[in-house]
Design a protein around this ligand. Structure first.
Ligand SMILES: [Cu+2]
Length: 123
């Protein structure tokens, strides 16, 4: 038996099913979330001095210098940020590459400047 508008009805059901199924599909980008760190920098350390994130996350670092001007740099991510004395700056990037990366101060900040280091781990 053939119903009137059978094709149209079938099509409508397929379209509706598609949208209903969409609700239940797993998120195709589970790591697309944002992760926020509060970090301080001073002569001659970052605190915390290691941050660990998942690949694909948007990383926001709220970095405060508690003494003199410092820098925050990660070569592989092309990040070179100046942090004025006593101020907080937001550093934001997407962790596209996995690995262990050195964070370093790229503004001369005193005798321990060359040891002013931290680590970014993207896994
Ligand atoms: Cu420094």
């Amino acid at each position: 038996m053939k119903l009137p508008y059978q094709k149209e009805l079938l099509f409508s059901i397929m379209v509706l099913s598609f949208f209903v199924l969409l609700q239940y599909l797993p998120d195709s980008q589970p790591n697309s979330d944002e992760i926020i760190f509060e970090m301080t920098t001073k002569q001659w350390e970052f605190e915390p001095n290691q941050i660990i994130v998942e690949q694909g996350q948007t990383v926001v670092i709220k970095l405060q210098s508690t003494d003199v001007p410092h820098g925050f740099a990660i070569d592989e991510y092309n990040i070179y940020t100046f942090v004025p004395a006593g101020q907080t700056v937001d550093i934001s990037f997407v962790a596209t590459e996995t690995g262990v990366f050195e964070i370093f101060c790229n503004i001369f900040c005193g005798e321990g400047h060359s040891t002013h280091r931290g680590q970014l781990i993207v896994r």
